[in-house]
Ligand binder design. Structure first.
Ligand SMILES: NC(=O)c1ccc[n+]([C@@H]2O[C@H](COP(=O)([O-])OP(=O)(O)OC[C@H]3O[C@@H](n4cnc5c(N)ncnc54)[C@H](OP(=O)(O)O)[C@@H]3O)[C@@H](O)[C@H]2O)c1
Length: 359
């Protein structure tokens, strides 16, 4: 694609955490240009630089209230929806009807089954017929050649991205003991709950506390991705952003550490945003980056994989841009150049400094 004829994009939810990160990534994208950025109808028009000065740089982009009028989107090619699930569910078909490809960061189109959707998200989907038409897009698991007529791309949740990247290589290789269930315990920073004020996430209330025990909405998504039931316990942590997911599983007899490591190396050899690291990753290794760091340890038949990622980037906005790059046949690292310069040098240091923990 000629970078002079950029794809025209709109970002909905641009005043929120993930939406603002989308604007930052697309601000420097060689092939995609944001022509409209919207907040809800409740908000007044505001310069992006005022609400996200750390991200906006020199941009003079204005975020406008969205009135529901999609006629203003006449020349738009693609839309990113960083909206509450209900709002995404309602808006997506209107955009699709105008020929606009939709990249939805919410949970509105993550399940093909309407009953499972209602059970998981707590409301009846307004367009159940559309659920089966959406493609669930974990970037590392997409086939670049399978996007002929699809126009509704559902971006995974942040915890499912971490847990799936951590366990898919062993699940797909049938390395886990089928009589056991993987256990995923993941801590997330407070931005996972979005930008709106909320007592549970206010400064004086946040501690370290599990929530959604046995019933978090990301559990069925992880289980579907891995084709196995899973025990999932999320924990809210007292810091702004980043997830560390500790995934514990039992290997089948006969599966060795070498076989496990080989599966991970094969799965991620060509993936620029997944790094196999030699020491347990920390939030600060991945926060503000599009990377998922994976640490793999095996003792006998016990497997521990620890995944770390930024919930707003690899868990939301950067994954959406990765997916758009794949869908439009663009180079995988387009829009991520600034990370691949500075941050990868730091990442290399992380890998080299850790004592090897696995065979
Ligand atoms: N936060 C994460 O770590 C994360 C990770 C993965 C996926 N997600 C998903 O991504 C979506 C956005 O999450 P977020 O955390 O970025 O949210 P957020 O910070 O709370 O921002 C929500 C955005 O949506 C806008 N909005 C709210 N209701 C709307 C409506 N009815 N119509 C149009 N716009 C509306 C808000 O505008 P106003 O400012 O005007 O209210 C704001 O721009 C959610 O579905 C979330 O589940 C979030």
């Amino acid at each position: 694609m000629d970078s002079l004829s950029k794809l025209q994009a709109v970002v909905f939810g641009a005043s929120g955490y993930s939406g603002s990160e989308l604007l930052a990534l697309l601000h420097n994208h060689a092939y995609i240009q944001v022509t409209h950025a919207f907040a809800s109808e409740r908000s007044s028009a505001m310069p992006w630089a005022r609400i996200a000065p750390q991200l906006a740089g020199t941009s003079d982009l204005v975020i406008e209230p969205f009135t529901g009028d999609t006629d203003v989107l006449a020349n738009v090619d693609l839309a990113f929806l960083a909206l509450p699930h209900e709002a995404s569910a309602e808006l997506a078909p209107k955009l699709l009807a105008q020929g606009i490809a939709v990249f939805d960061l919410s949970g509105a189109y993550r399940f093909a089954d309407a009953d499972l959707f209602a059970q998981t998200y707590g409301f009846v989907h307004p367009f159940p017929g559309l659920l089966a038409q959406a493609t669930y897009c974990l970037a590392e698991h997409l086939n670049a050649n399978s996007f002929q007529d699809i126009a509704l791309y559902s971006i995974p949740g942040c915890y499912p991205t971490a847990a799936t990247l951590a366990l898919a290589p062993v699940c797909e290789s049938a390395f886990l003991d089928p009589a056991t269930v993987p256990v995923v315990t993941a801590i997330s920073g407070v931005s996972g709950a979005g930008r709106a004020a909320n007592l549970r996430t206010s400064f004086c209330e946040v501690s370290v506390q599990a929530y959604g025990v046995f019933n978090h909405r990301h559990r069925p998504e992880i289980a579907r991705n891995l084709a196995t039931d899973v025990v999932f316990t999320p924990i809210l942590g007292p810091y702004p952003r980043g997830i560390v997911a500790t995934c514990v599983a039992q290997l089948r007899g006969g599966v060795s550490a070498e076989m496990v490591l080989d599966a991970f190396q094969k799965a991620y050899a060509d993936q620029p945003f997944v790094r196999l690291v030699h020491a347990p990753p920390a939030v600060q290794h991945v926060a503000y980056t599009p990377f998922c760091d994976l640490y793999v340890a095996v003792e006998g038949q016990q497997l521990i994989v620890i995944a770390a990622l930024d919930n707003l980037l690899k868990g939301a906005a950067s994954q959406a841009v990765q997916v758009a790059n794949i869908v439009y046949g663009l180079p995988a690292t387009t829009g991520f150049e600034r990370f691949l310069g500075g941050v990868s040098a730091r990442a290399a240091a992380v890998v080299d400094s850790g004592a090897a923990q696995h065979d």
